[in-house]
Design a protein around this ligand. Structure first.
Ligand code: ZN
Length: 553
């Protein structure tokens, strides 16, 4: 790897921007120059983050990433704060319509900014990467074989019930083997997050996070109501799906290792053997949907997809990140040859389409992305729009029977996701706004169990209380707090766009793409509307959409 740039490389240009006299006449050029400089830093961050994730055992890559996070990013934040203040105090300047959203965000960010939080925020990122390191090193011993977690999880699709149980227990045990390290790490993060909120004068970390995420379009109280809508409308349907499965499998009770396998005991779907076959299959599917999207996907096959399983990759972590200078999206995922790989890659491709549509229309980096409530509409809509093309006759991977199976799996997954997302969000509302100052791991586990009972019906966990109680120990909870209910908001948008597509595919896709191109230049309700959906999450809307998904399986 070439030498990691230090702050010295960027500082003079930031200082020049800080010193340059600002007038309503030159503010456009000034913003452009600042944005280009931010893009250079973001590109460098993306490069280092990618190198670290490609091999979590590579010490040099880890150090380069951490030194960038600890030294360059905080400096950029600090001077960014000065530049925002300079920009906002410019007299006689009316932002153009395209700029009003980021101006709103700037104002909020300036108010939230505290010098003493800069190093804490860097420390938070560094601590979060500890999670990846702990999880990246885990393996499972099964029948004398050493498997990575994704390899072991693949066995959960095997018709052999005792093999599934062994694999499930193997994965649970290996995760439990690091639980004390994880818990210690989490308590550090919790303390640090509470400090961030206190420094910023927020009532609690939830309040802080709300503002840090620039959530202007809904309140914590409305999120709570959304949890209630999901509990009353989606959870009973999940219970019904699980009960149908239990009957189909002819079991007295479903155990945790019975919920991913085909209920008719058919072997797991095998959409591809090699990563190249997976990429080609998706290329064909996207071609059916829209040749332009297929071309965009294909352009990533030249070094911008890391999908192969290798030791040292972070299991279960899938993401798209955007390299703003190269103007390239990059997708990271670890395949294990299952149908999950198909939908994860389709999902991340949706994010990539969003990046490309937005960057083609918007110049300023602050206009690239909306809140994640809409960013996940871009990805999750793709999961639904490709459903008609899963069969071989349509370019996909499967014979007719398997295509129907994959569709049913996909729609049931959507149904299951909303309760899971509400559960995780409700957990974090409690953790960051209600739990006592000296909350213990025992109390955290107990809260998780209580929410499990409410949001995850139809599975018999007897004898597995400890495993179940530790279910909160996953990536988002550690690394991106409160990033979870966005997926549920986004599902409601994605399902509406899918409904539109069943009536008029061309028009639905055109609206979807028009909304992606808007990037972050509009508030959430307007982005949803442009995409052909309503930003609504009341009980009636949730119930209607969930019943629709259930009926389409
Ligand atoms: Zn996503």
């Amino acid at each position: 790897m070439s030498e990691t740039p230090t702050w010295n490389r960027f500082e003079p240009t930031y200082r020049e921007l800080e010193a340059r006299p600002l007038t309503p006449a030159n503010v456009g050029d000034w913003l452009h120059d600042w944005s280009e400089l931010d893009k250079e830093v973001q590109e460098q961050y993306a490069v280092l983050s990618r190198a670290k994730d490609e091999d979590t055992r590579d010490k040099a890559a880890e150090e380069a990433y951490l030194s960038f996070v600890r030294e360059v990013v905080p400096q950029m934040e600090t001077i960014g704060q000065k530049l925002k203040t300079k920009f906002l105090s410019l007299e006689g300047f009316e932002p153009e319509a395209e700029h009003t959203e980021f101006v709103k965000r700037f104002r909020n960010e300036v108010e939230l900014f505290r010098e003493e939080n800069v190093s804490l925020l860097a420390e938070e990122i560094a601590l979060s990467s500890e999670y990846d390191k702990l999880m990246g090193g885990l393996t499972v011993e099964l029948d004398g074989e050493t498997l990575t977690i994704p390899e072991a999880e693949r066995k959960l699709l095997d018709p052999d019930r005792s093999l599934r149980e062994q694999a499930w227990r193997g994965v649970a045990d290996t995760k439990l083997s690091v639980s004390s390290e994880l818990e210690e790490l989490f308590l550090k993060l919790l303390k640090l997050r509470r400090q961030l909120a206190e420094n910023a004068g927020c009532s609690d970390y939830r309040d802080y996070r709300w503002r840090q995420f620039n959530r202007f379009d809904y309140t914590p109280e409305e999120s709570r109501q959304f949890h209630e809508s999901i509990a009353s409308e989606a959870v009973p349907l999940v219970a019904k799906v699980r009960d149908e499965r239990r009957e189909e499998m002819d079991l007295a009770a479903l155990r945790p290792w019975d919920i991913a396998v085909d209920p008719q005991a058919r072997p797991a779907l095998e959409p591809f053997q090699t990563v190249a076959e997976l990429e080609e299959g998706l290329n064909r599917i996207f071609n059916r949907l829209d040749p332009e999207l297929a071309e965009q996907f294909n352009s990533l096959r030249d070094g911008w997809l890391d999908l192969e399983a290798r030791e040292g990759k972070v299991p279960g972590s899938g993401y798209q990140s955007f390299f703003p200078k190269s103007k390239k999206p990059y997708i990271y995922w670890t395949t294990n040859g299952t149908h999950r790989d198909v939908w994860v890659l389709v999902h991340e491709a949706g994010h990539a389409f969003h990046s490309l549509a937005s960057v083609a229309r918007n110049d300023l980096t602050w206009n690239f992305y909306p809140g994640m409530e809409f960013a996940e509409v871009a990805s999750q809509t793709m999961e639904l729009l490709i459903l008609p093309y899963l069969g071989e006759g349509e370019g996909g991977f499967y014979n007719e029977e398997d295509a129907a199976r994959a569709k049913r799996e996909g729609l049931e997954r959507t149904l299951h996701q909303l309760p899971g997302q509400a559960q995780s969000d409700a957990f974090q509302h409690w953790l960051y706004a209600e739990a006592p100052e000296d909350v213990s791991i025992e109390q955290i586990d107990a809260k998780w169990l209580e929410l499990e009972e409410r949001f995850d019906p139809g599975v018999d966990w007897s004898g597995l209380k400890r495993e179940r109680a530790k279910g909160w120990g996953y990536f988002h909870i550690f690394a991106v707090p409160f990033y979870m209910l966005e997926y549920a908001f986004a599902w409601l948008g994605a399902i509406q766009i899918w409904q539109n597509a069943l009536n008029n595919p061309q028009e639905a896709l055109a609206k979807y793409r028009a909304a992606l191109a808007l990037g972050g230049t509009r508030p959430l309700p307007e982005l949803f509307e442009t995409a052909g959906a309503r930003f609504a999450f009341d009980r009636e809307t949730v119930g209607e959409l969930m019943r629709f998904v259930y009926s389409q399986r």
